[in-house]
Design a protein around this ligand. Structure first.
Ligand code: ZN
Length: 260
């Protein structure tokens, strides 16, 4: 399995990252893509990818929460990072109208600049969308023909929204949200209808620990070692054997990010 989104630069991993990576390997995770969410986090993600070159890759981008920080200097820094061979995608970038940590206008500007960068560098985009489907879709649609690839990470929407992304030839990243029986109904319905060649999996660690894993993760911190819980839940929903699903999803991921 490959975890396409883990926030390993988060301070909650500072003390024991080696142990976290070892547990992930033991659990069958053969590669992890570290998410870059700001200029600082993207710089740290690249440093991690260089420290563990046989195991980690990363993305470089600015999350919509941090869109207010986007300026000429950060744009140049992200572009420089994104050119490095360890950086396999531009992002995470997108729109988040759920918490509105940055104003809408600044989110749109930051998102569009990163779509343009991804098109210029011909690297895929790692996308975040929350409660912003219409505006997000409109901008993505405009840029999609110029993009090498696009994955909507941590997809939590409806079947209808997923079909719109599939119409744009997007991949869909599924997290432990799918394991949450309190709020994952729409997502589980969508996952049933997701074409097998569009599916990728991720933990979004340290966030979104799968609710059913036992023993419960210490301090409720998610880790890449729990990626198997996401895979098994998706396999159960789709009534497919988990090992075959894992092989297909890994192939999708290697092709999408050029990992072979
Ligand atoms: Zn996200």
């Amino acid at each position: 399995m490959i975890d396409i989104g883990a926030n390993l630069t988060n301070q909650r991993f500072h003390a024991d990252l080696d142990a976290v990576l070892e547990r992930a390997r033991q659990a069958g995770v053969c590669r992890i893509i570290v998410t870059g969410t700001s200029e600082r986090a993207s710089t740290e993600a690249l440093a991690l990818a260089r420290r563990y070159p046989d195991y980690l890759r990363c993305t470089a981008g600015v999350h919509p929460h941090d869109a207010s920080s986007w300026n000429e200097a950060s744009a140049a820094a992200i572009a420089q990072l994104a050119r490095q061979p360890e950086v396999v995608a531009v992002g995470e970038c997108g729109l988040d109208y759920n918490r509105m940590f940055s104003p809408e206008r600044e989110q749109l500007r930051c998102f569009e600049a990163q779509l343009a960068l991804a098109a210029e560098l011909q690297k895929p985009v790692f996308l975040h969308e929350r409660d912003a489907h219409d505006a997000f879709f409109a901008l993505l649609k405009q840029y999609r023909p110029a993009l090498k690839g696009a994955v909507v990470h941590c997809f939590t929407g409806t079947l209808a929204q997923m079909r719109e992304y599939l119409d744009l030839d997007c991949h869909i990243g599924i997290t432990g949200w799918v394991c949450d029986e309190r709020r994952g109904d729409d997502l589980r319905e969508a996952v049933k209808h997701l074409p097998l060649d569009r599916l990728m999996i991720e933990t979004d660690a340290p966030y979104l620990p799968p609710r059913h894993v036992r023993p419960k993760p210490a301090a409720n911190r998610n880790e890449p070692m729990y990626l198997g819980a996401v895979l098994e839940t998706v396999a159960a929903i789709r009534a497919q054997p988990a090992p075959a699903l894992a092989a297909q999803v890994r192939g999708n991921t290697e092709a999408f990010f050029g990992l072979r």
